[in-house]
Design a protein around this ligand. Structure first.
Ligand code: CP
Ligand code: NVA
Length: 308
């Protein structure tokens, strides 16, 4: 069994195999009703726990539907309804859940909770987002890029905005899939240096460029995300908005990238803040393909975790 904890903890070979598998599973479902079962039922008789300590639309629904398409069953648990955080240790929760279910997906705050769950669970654990990373999102995003433009290796991805958890997984992916990454944003919201260092150590060009228009020169893909993440205090909202406004992805910024550059956003988006509607709904945007591909990519992740 394998845990899927982060892009940098999974080998490039396994990551590539999962993306290719996701593409073939997506093709096999071509035109089928969304609720219909896959021809293959590798999760038949298996139960998956989906734990959410933060809100979710895409992660929740895509995991739930994906497991059912593969013949499995799910239980969606909200952190608030569990004994988690009411005194029972994460380790004990992991041991107990492992007696009931075949796989655990958890969205939580501190990365330490995810790691403790994985250390003590005897079934696979999948990272459904922490304050630090969001690997399932980036699996879907790499799949989406390649669907539209072919191999991502050798391309240039530019992130404009907050150096947050989604950026962290993009930077790790740069190292593992062999593309270049540039971060543009205010110095106060720089990403953790370790993520850029990881990409560099794997041979990627990973840089911080303060001027967004300079950063997007030669970009094949521009990505952004909310200016205030779920773990950020609401009191920081006004300050963040003021700092991040110059990094909004709008038509002017898109025009400074390569003419065939794509635009991505993991969603949920705040229209006219980090991105304009003109870009979100424009011809370069692939945001809804990204959302769909969460389903296909995560099905491949689940099968890799379970070895089925
Ligand atoms: N992109 C993403 O993870 O969305 P949700 O928060 O809706 O799951
Ligand atoms: N950075 C965002 C991503 C949401 C999917 C957050 O953590 O809230």
């Amino acid at each position: 069994m394998n845990h899927f904890l982060d892009i940098d903890k999974t080998t490039p070979q396994d990551l590539r195999a999962m993306i290719d598998h996701a593409q073939s599973m997506k093709a096999a479902r071509n035109g089928r009703p969304k609720g219909s079962a896959d021809d293959e039922q590798p999760l038949k008789g298996r139960m998956v726990a989906l734990i959410f300590e933060k809100p979710s639309t895409r992660t929740r629904v895509s995991f739930d539907v994906g497991v059912r398409q593969m013949g499995g069953e799910t239980m969606v648990l909200s952190g608030a309804d569990m004994q988690l955080g009411h005194g029972e240790t994460i380790a004990d929760t992991a041991r107990v859940l492992s007696r009931y279910v075949d796989l655990i997906m958890i969205r939580t705050f501190e990365e330490a909770v995810l790691l403790e769950m994985a250390e003590h669970a005897t079934v696979p654990v999948i990272n459904g987002l922490t304050n630090r990373t969001h690997p399932c999102q980036i699996m879907a995003d790499v799949m989406t890029y390649e669907e539209h433009r072919g191999p991502i290796a050798g391309r240039k991805v530019v992130w404009s905005g907050d150096g947050n958890n989604v950026f962290a997984s993009w930077a790790q992916a740069a190292g593992q899939f062999g593309f270049d990454i540039a971060f543009t944003g205010p110095p106060t919201l720089d990403p953790e240096a370790a993520h850029l260092d990881f990409a560099r150590a794997k041979g990627s060009r990973a840089e911080i460029v303060r001027d967004p228009f300079q950063a997007v020169q030669g970009a094949d893909l521009i990505v952004t995300d909310t200016w205030v993440s779920m773990h950020d205090p609401q009191s920081a909202k006004e300050r963040r908005h003021n700092q991040l406004r110059p990094y909004q992805v709008n038509e002017r910024l898109m025009a400074a990238a390569k003419p065939d550059a794509l635009f991505m956003h993991c969603l949920p988006a705040h229209r006219e803040d980090e991105v304009t509607s003109a870009v979100m709904d424009g011809p370069q945007s692939v945001i809804f393909d990204e959302a769909e591909n969460r389903l296909h990519a995560q099905k491949a992740v689940i099968r890799w975790c379970l070895g089925v």
